[in-house]
Design a protein around this ligand. Structure first.
Ligand SMILES: [Zn+2]
Length: 362
């Protein structure tokens, strides 16, 4: 953490401006802080914690929207701490702000999935993309995939699957650069039928939500990615709903939250069913991950107990699914416009070496 010490509504000579006007003092203090950040190439979006002190918290509370509107406008999600100060050293001064900025070299991705292989068949290149950009990543998997189909010729039975699939999950995550894997230990619900009593689909929704929320507050991710559940598997829907509900109650609010999506156009081509997949027009984020295909395939093949759906596709459709990651940004809400080309927040996106493309001179 880098500390950006006290800012207040003072001019260059240290004289108070806007005496006794809390809204004007707060607005000036925020713009002073932004100017200091800008000098370091930073913005409010880089601020991790914002500490507001005031001798008159009631007056500041009444005008706090001056600050929150600015934070919303810049996509900033700092932890905001308000404390009452006996005095700020200057008579009539109503507000001071201290900020800390997270180290720019770190960022964390949290991927929440339902079964071993969701992290590789689904989010494999999201994890690989994170590792390539120096982010640490953590994978939460709700079950051990007990109801998967053992791959023909694997010699495995259903009874072998929990142990084998957890091992495959951990190995795939290691390949994809995830540094921590948390298995919640629910039982795979399967696609349909009455779920077992200890199955994920039978668990109280609030319990799953609270367990995911506790992990979000522990991991403190910059970005959360979970499944869009558009393939109709009920466990995927439970994980998606629990993650989105958890984000409503966490103390640590990630900068960005995404659903990892199966595109409707590709799902229609693959299955012939018109209603599976997320409608293509709802995709907000298209990331070219063709350069990560080799690693993605190694992670997919690590799940040797399972037959990946890609094996049933022609090369073109397979490439369509695997060479581009498609996501839908849930938070901050998508305002429309052309899709993003990365899910990395701005303060992390600039980290890899930038390739400059120079147009040839006419
Ligand atoms: Zn799954």
């Amino acid at each position: 953490m880098t500390s950006i010490p006290q800012h207040g509504p003072l001019d260059e000579c240290g004289r108070l401006v806007h005496a006794e006007d809390p809204a004007a003092q707060l607005a000036l203090t925020v713009s002073r802080l932004e100017a200091t950040l800008a000098a370091d190439g930073l913005g409010l979006a880089d601020v991790a914690t914002l500490h507001l002190s005031s001798p008159d918290l009631d007056a500041i509370d009444g005008v706090l929207d001056v600050l929150t509107e600015r934070l919303d406008a810049t996509g900033a999600r700092p932890e905001l701490l308000l404390t009452r100060a006996a005095s700020l050293g200057v008579p009539g001064m109503l507000v001071a702000l201290d900020a800390t900025v997270a180290e720019r070299s770190t960022g964390t991705l949290l991927v929440v999935v339902a079964h071993p292989d969701d992290e590789a068949f689904g989010c494999g290149s999201v994890l690989a993309h994170a590792a390539a950009h120096g982010l640490r990543s953590v994978v939460v998997c709700a079950t051990r995939g007990e109801l998967g189909e053992p791959a023909p010729g694997s010699g495995l039975t259903r009874a072998d699957l929990p142990t084998v699939r957890e091992r495959e999950l951990r190995e795939a995550c290691r390949l994809l650069g995830a540094e921590r894997v948390e298995v919640l230990g629910y039982v795979d619900s399967g696609v349909d039928g009455e779920p077992a009593p200890d199955a994920l689909a039978a668990a109280p929704a609030a319990e799953v939500r609270d367990r995911v929320a506790a992990l979000i507050d522990d991991v403190r991710p910059d970005v959360v990615v979970t499944l869009d559940a558009s393939d109709g598997h009920r466990d995927h829907a439970v994980v998606r709903d629990a993650t989105l509900a958890a984000l409503e109650q966490v103390a640590h609010r990630p900068r960005r939250t995404y659903l990892f999506c199966l595109a409707r156009s590709l799902m229609r081509e693959f299955t012939g069913v018109a209603t599976l997949g997320t409608p293509d027009e709802d995709l907000t984020t298209l990331v070219d991950v063709a350069d990560l295909l080799d690693l993605r395939w190694r992670a997919i093949r690590t799940h040797a107990s399972q037959v990946p759906p890609f094996d049933a596709m022609g090369p073109e459709l397979q490439h369509g699914f695997l060479a581009v990651d498609r996501l839908r940004r849930v938070d901050p809400p998508w305002a429309g416009g052309p899709p993003e080309t990365t899910w990395l927040p701005a303060h992390l996106a600039g980290r890899p070496t930038t390739t400059l493309t120079k147009e040839p001179l006419p």
